[in-house]
Design a protein around this ligand. Structure first.
Ligand SMILES: [Zn+2]
Length: 201
């Protein structure tokens, strides 16, 4: 005896069933991706954030990356002479030791560590592939490391005097680097102050 003639579906029904099955599988994949994305560790998501940020325009104004410091209290020391024939490639933002150093942009942390001049530093890749350099830190925030996704205002670390700033008044050295080299952050911070004032009541 044979039942194939009654149980096998028509070609049209088989076709529809096959596509329905594919849609269900795709739906399940989409649902699991939707569920998993916010639960993935930051470093796994970092390449996606980095790709999105790389395509964004560079910012035309920035908030001051030290909590509680107004932009008009920061001196423009860009290009000032430094030891060994170097010139100053950033701005120094003075504040009490331990004051929060905060991200000036959305970004992905690319490196935390130490170097001779900067001491304890954090590097963040921001919009338009600009690299933001936060140096002389007393320490970095416990949840900050390579691959961390940060938003403007997130704490990266704390003002200190590490590196070649040892023994000087605690300050953040803040630098911005792009493909052509370093740029002066000072005008961007001043522009940021203007926009903040306009946005206020
Ligand atoms: Zn400096």
């Amino acid at each position: 005896m044979t039942e194939t003639s009654t149980s096998s579906p028509s070609p049209a029904a088989a076709f529809a069933l096959r596509w329905l099955r594919r849609l269900v599988v795709l739906g399940l994949l989409a649902a699991s991706a939707w569920w998993a994305w916010p639960r993935l560790p930051d470093p796994w998501r970092a390449p996606f954030h980095a790709a999105r940020l790389a395509m964004q325009p560079v910012p035309t104004s920035l908030p001051v990356p030290v909590a509680g410091v107004a932009a008009n209290r920061i001196a423009d020391t860009w290009g000032a002479a430094r030891a060994n024939g170097r010139s100053h490639q950033g701005v120094d933002i003075f504040a009490r030791r331990g004051t929060a150093v905060i991200a000036s942009t959305e970004g992905v942390v690319t490196r935390t560590g130490t170097n001779n001049l900067g001491g304890l530093v954090v590097w963040v890749m921001g919009p338009g592939r600009q690299m933001h350099y936060y140096a002389h830190l007393d320490g970095h925030a416990p949840d900050i490391g390579p691959g961390s996704h940060v938003m403007p205002g997130d704490t990266l670390g704390y003002v200190g005097d590490t590196g070649n700033a040892r023994g000087t008044p605690p300050h953040l050295h803040y630098g911005i680097y792009q493909s052509g080299g370093a740029i002066n952050p000072h005008p961007l911070l001043r522009a940021g102050m203007g926009t903040a004032a306009k946005a206020g009541p």
